[in-house]
Design a protein around this ligand. Structure first.
Ligand SMILES: [Zn+2]
Length: 155
C-alpha cells in the first residue's frame, strides 16, 4: 500500500481492527521510508456504497467520477492528478470510517470541499459553485468573503 506522504510502497501494519459489522478492516500502517502513519480500509468485495443524488435516486459510488469532477475544477491550476487522488482517497477513507453504506452527493461535495479549500482557493470556488449550486450571487460572495477572511488570518 502506497504511502500517502512520500509514495513509498513499503509499510508495516501496526494495528488492525475490524468494524463492528465485520465488513471493514482498518489497518494502521507506518511507512518504512518516512515513518509517517496512515490508515487503510479493506472492504469485503460486494459491499457497495451508494450515492444518493438530489432527486433521491441512487448510484454506486464512483471514484473516477469524483476525480473527473476535480480535474474540471482544477483546470489550469497548479495541482497534479496525484494530489487529486489523495483528496479522493481521503474522502473515501472518511466515508468508510463513518461506516456509511449510503451517502448523499452533497455530503461528498462537502468532504471534498473541506480538503480542496486547503489546496487551492480557485479550484475550491469552482467546485463549490457546481456542488453547492449557489442560489444567488450573494451566497457566492459570502463564500468568497469567508475564503478571503481565512487567508487574511493566515497572512
Ligand atoms: Zn512515506
Amino acid at each position: 500500500m502506497k504511502c500517502l506522504y512520500c509514495g513509498c510502497l513499503e509499510s508495516k501494519v501496526i494495528d488492525s481492527r475490524t468494524s463492528e459489522d465485520g465488513e471493514t478492516i482498518r489497518r494502521r500502517r507506518e511507512c518504512l521510508e518516512c515513518g509517517k502513519r496512515f490508515s487503510t480500509y479493506e472492504k469485503v468485495e460486494g459491499v457497495s456504497l451508494a450515492v444518493i443524488k438530489k432527486d433521491g435516486s441512487r448510484q454506486p459510488f464512483d471514484r473516477n467520477k469524483l476525480i473527473m469532477g476535480l480535474m474540471r475544477a482544477c483546470e489550469k491550476r497548479p495541482i497534479g492528478i496525484k494530489q487529486l487522488e489523495k483528496v479522493v482517497d481521503s474522502v473515501e477513507n472518511k466515508i468508510y470510517e463513518m461506516q456509511r453504506r449510503e451517502i448523499t452527493s452533497e455530503e461528498i461535495g462537502d468532504l471534498i470541499l473541506t480538503r480542496l479549500r486547503d489546496i487551492d482557493a480557485v479550484a475550491y470556488v469552482r467546485f463549490a459553485s457546481v456542488y453547492r449550486e449557489f442560489k444567488d450571487i450573494q451566497s457566492f460572495f459570502d463564500e468568497l468573503q469567508s475564503i478571503i477572511n481565512d487567508n487574511t488570518v493566515i497572512d
